[in-house]
Structure formats: C-alpha cells, structure tokens
Design a binder for this molecule. Structure first.
Ligand SMILES: Nc1ncnc2c1ncn2[C@@H]1O[C@H](COP(=O)(O)OP(=O)(O)O)[C@@H](O)[C@H]1O
Ligand SMILES: [Mg+2]
Length: 150
C-alpha cells in the first residue's frame, strides 16, 4: 500500500493530479473516488480520462449512473453513485454484471456508497475541500506495490 497526497489550488491542478494517478495506476482497473461534494471528483476524472486518451466531454453521470468513454485499451467506465442510498442499493444495481468480463477501467464517484463492495485492489482516492474557495486536498492509496514505479 502506498499513499500519495497532493494540495490543489485550481481545477486544472486537480486534472493534472488525475493524469498522474492514471500514470501510477499500473494494472489496477478500479479507481474509487470519495469525499466532499464539489471537492473535484468529476474534475479529477476529466484528467484521468484525458490521460487515458479520451478527448471528448466528461460530465457526472448522476442520472445515468454510468457513462462509457472509448480509450485505446478498451472502455473507460465513469460511474456516479451519488443517488444510491448505500451499499445495499449498490448490490441491487449489479454494476459488475453490467460491465463486460474484460471490464476495461472503472472510475467510481461517491465510492463510499459502495463501501465493502469494491475490489480489494482498487485505488482509493479521497478529495476534501480546504479552507480557501479553490483549495482541495487529494489523497490516493495505491494497493500492493502500485504507485511506486510510475
Ligand atoms: N482546486 C480545485 N480542484 C477541483 N475543482 C475545483 C478546484 N477549485 C475550484 N473547483 C471547482 O469546484 C467544482 C468541483 O466540482 P466537481 O468536480 O463536479 O466536484 P465533485 O464531482 O466532487 O462533486 C468545480 O466547479 C470546479 O471548477
Ligand atoms: Mg461529480
């Protein structure tokens, strides 16, 4: 387990952090984002998606639950669990069955709503609001040896 922390002072900086997390990802296929409302999860996904080679628009799939972005290594799934009540609800939607077996990469906003249901080797990213309006704190926990060789 390796921990990385960043202080962001702009949306662009948060997108750059997303790109860095993408480069540090290794073989991990699930990236779980949690933390404060408006802390920049979607902004971070924009950076991740761009680094993955997706050039289109990224918006929170709050109502559609899941959006698919084509990337060179398959599909990047952008999931937003905001509207779920919690893990009981997550079991019910059968997200893992919706995804093809070779899964691509899955980015999950509001991952705290799926606590206990995510793979143990998921990268866990927590975003917090700081004291200034554009202040954000980002912390990423990489499983196993990940994050050390990027
Ligand atoms: N340092 C920062 N990092 C990310 N977003 C920021 C930052 N400073 C201001 N913002 C603004 O905060 C909002 C973050 O929204 P969003 O990414 O949708 O958050 P979340 O998905 O976590 O609810 C955006 O309007 C963005 O422009
Ligand atoms: Mg969002």
């Amino acid at each position: 387990m390796e921990k990385r922390s960043w202080h962001s002072i702009s949306p662009a900086a948060t997108r750059t952090i997303g790109a860095e997390i993408w480069r540090l990802r290794g073989l991990t296929t699930v990236i779980a984002l949690s933390g404060d409302l408006g802390a920049g999860k979607t902004e971070l996904v924009k950076g991740l998606a761009q680094a993955a080679g997706y050039g289109g628009a990224v918006t929170s799939p709050t109502f559609t639950l899941c959006q698919e972005y084509p990337i060179s290594e398959g599909i990047l799934y952008h999931v937003d669990l905001y509207r779920l009540s919690g893990p009981e609800d997550f079991e019910g939607i059968g997200l893992w069955e919706l995804l093809p077996p070779d899964g691509g990469v899955v980015l999950i906003e509001w991952a705290e709503k799926a606590a206990g249901c995510l793979p143990v080797d998921a990268i866990e990213v927590v975003l917090r609001n700081g004291t200034e309006p554009d202040d954000r704190w980002v912390e990423a926990l990489f499983p196993g040896g990940g994050g050390s060789d990027g």
